[in-house]
Ligand binder design. Structure first.
Ligand code: SRM
Ligand code: SF4
Length: 562
């Protein structure tokens, strides 16, 4: 079979250089050359156009309103106040004013025009943050539990996440040449881990410390579940082959949860990670991008084959997995105190959008906090933010600033809303089929009322929406998963586990809002009346036969249940 076109582009790119410099300098268009739109992703940059004005501009025979989304990598979500202030300034000066916190603890800026791209990327780098490998066929932003200050174990895991992030960062100097005016090399550099054509597809890694599965470790290509014995981090259970993306109407594509491969000690995690990455590099499908993620390599060849390959590359065997248990997969809001006595405040940010809206001046508030904060910020895997590492004496000034900017009530949002996530979708995402970020808040208003009527207002139920089946808000592991099918129409998935350890299954297909409310209303009433003690909504749907549990990714697709 022929290699996919992106493979040709990578191979011809001279380690991700392509004709990017020429593209940036071309004054005749607001776009990059076609091949460079693929390569720019490896540099954290996506070419987009305003979907709201697309057809009108076409009618007027104008070029689409091109602009760029820039994604900045933030390993483990750790961001200093200086970095926050820098992002705030750049968003205001070059982007659409807002900052978008992503589902992978990273930043996105939208609406940067080509003329400003280079200056914007350079400005991000001024505060020691970069955009290299934030997208593309490489290891992306490495996630780690949000509150690394909680215990020594959390802090150690955060350090490991950073080490792994550094280890898997591409070696190419192209980024420095293109964006930072770095010196041009005469010879091409080696990519010791990736090789010249990088990976067959994107690759994602997360660390997690049970019992909170806040990084949704089973949705990752590669996961490290911290194993703590007698208060000490002894190593990790390694998970492989998680992923959410699929395409409507193509059953060969499906979401899959990571398989637990085995246990490795803390000294070995880098070697294991490299072996997993290089195995995928060598065996992943480079002919069909819809079949190129690690999850398909593993399902095609089997978990045992994969383990043997990883072990032979490592030169040692993994041990049997050790016991662990998860209780939830969201963020723990409000103040929490770490073992070292320092405080952390986790703030709900609806769908990760940081902007000033009416009296709730979130962007200004976080700017004011960053101006005085002596600790750091933590971006969470659920699009929220923590003001982290606060001394006893400084708590009240942070609280006063939250209040002054009208955001002290953010955490008083309903339990449902605090467990909700929506991907970006319209107007920027080129793949969106339906609204998501702009629509979910109003849908939640309606569902809140229904839950209150059923006496369920205090119950945590995870709800996630995406504008297409790619799964950027990880909807297939939400107890209520909503996936865009077309304008105003969604597939409804039920039966996922609260802690992200079981996929949901299609319950209703291609329904509008009225049909959705009609479908959920009786289920909420049944749940309120017939649930067992502490039973979660997703588990209830499975136990009572509302939906059949999904046992593994390959079992995800089946006819809609009536
Ligand atoms: Fe995603 C593509 C946004 C997390 C699966 N994702 C996109 C693009 C870049 C659209 C595109 O290719 O043109 C979206 C940009 C929209 C915009 O206008 O900003 C986009 N993805 C996002 C973010 C911003 C969603 C959010 O609301 O936070 C997240 C950025 C994460 C980051 O900081 O790196 C984001 N995307 C995810 C996740 C969740 C995760 O990683 O835990 C997934 C599911 C997990 C997975 O990868 O399987 C995800 N995004 C995809 C896919 C499907 C991949 C697949 O295997 O099929 C695509 C499309 C693709 O790659 O072809 C995609
Ligand atoms: Fe775009 Fe689809 Fe991802 Fe939403 S899930 S951001 S619509 S690619």
């Amino acid at each position: 079979m022929a290699l996919s076109d992106v493979e040709r582009i990578k191979a011809a790119s001279s380690n991700l250089r392509g004709s990017m410099i020429e593209s940036l300098n071309d004054p005749l268009t607001g776009a990059l050359a076609d091949d460079d739109t693929q390569l720019s992703k490896f540099h954290g940059i996506y070419q987009q156009d305003d979907r709201d004005s697309r057809s009108e501009r076409k009618r007027q025979r104008l070029e689409p309103a091109y602009s760029f989304m820039i994604r900045a990598r933030v390993p483990g979500g750790l961001c200093t106040p200086a970095q926050w202030l820098n992002m705030d300034r750049i968003a205001t000066e070059f982007a659409n004013q807002s900052i978008r916190l992503t589902t992978r603890q990273a930043f996105q800026l939208h609406g940067v025009i080509k003329r400003d791209l280079k200056e914007t990327v350079a400005a991000i780098n001024e505060e020691m943050m970069d955009t290299l490998a934030a997208c593309g066929d490489v290891n992306r932003n490495v996630m780690a539990p949000t509150l690394s200050g909680l215990t020594d174990v959390h802090a150690e895991v955060q350090r490991h996440a950073k080490e792994l992030s550094d280890h898997l960062t591409p070696a190419t100097r192209a980024y420095h040449e293109i964006w930072l005016d770095g010196e041009k090399l005469d010879t091409r550099e080696d990519e010791p881990i990736y090789g010249d054509t990088y990976l067959p597809r994107k690759f994602k890694t997360a660390f997690v410390v049970p019992p909170q599965n806040d990084t949704d470790v089973f949705a990752q290509d590669l996961g490290f579940i911290a194993i703590v014995e007698q208060g000490r981090l002894v190593g990790y259970n390694v998970t492989v082959g998680g992923g959410m993306g699929m395409s409507h109407g193509e059953p060969a594509t499906y979401p899959r949860l990571g398989s637990v491969l085995g246990f490795c000690s803390t000294g070995d995690f880098l070697q294991v990670a490299e072996a997993v990455v290089t195995t995928q590099r060598d065996f992943g499908d480079r002919t069909n991008r819809k079949h190129a993620r690690l999850k398909y390599t593993i399902d095609d060849r089997g978990v045992d084959w994969f383990r043997d390959e990883v072990e032979s590359r490592c030169g040692f065997a993994l041990e049997a997995p050790r016991a662990y248990a998860f209780t939830g997969n969201g963020d723990a809001y409000g103040w929490q105190r770490g073992d070292d006595g320092r405080w952390h405040y986790l703030l709900f940010v609806e769908n990760g959008r940081v902007s000033d809206k009416g009296d709730a001046r979130l962007k200004s508030g976080l700017r004011s906090i960053a101006e005085v904060h002596k600790g750091e910020f933590r971006l969470t895997p659920n699009q929220n933010i923590a003001i982290s590492n606060v001394a006893d004496a400084d708590r009240s000034s942070i609280e006063a600033l939250l209040e002054q900017h009208g955001i002290e009530n953010s955490n008083q949002a309903s339990t449902l809303r605090r467990h909700s996530m929506a991907c970006v979708a319209f107007p920027t995402c080129g793949l969106a089929m339906a609204e998501s970020e702009r629509y979910l808040p109003s849908l939640v208003d309606k569902l809140e009322a229904m839950l209150a009527n059923a006496g369920l207002d205090d119950d945590a139920i995870t709800i996630r929406m995406t504008g297409c089946p790619n799964g950027c808000a990880r909807p297939y592991i939400a107890e209520i998963g909503l996936v865009g099918k077309g304008p105003g129409r969604y597939n409804l998935y039920l039966g996922a586990a609260f802690a992200g350890e079981r996929l949901g299954r299609l319950y209703r297909e291609n329904i509008n809002e009225a049909e959705l409310l009609e479908a959920l209303q009786p289920l909420f009433s049944q749940y309120a009346k017939a649930r067992e003690v502490d039973e979660r909504f997703g588990d209830f749907c499975v136990r009572t036969g509302i939906i059949r549990a999904v046992s593994e990714g390959r079992d995800f697709h089946e006819e809609v249940q009536s």
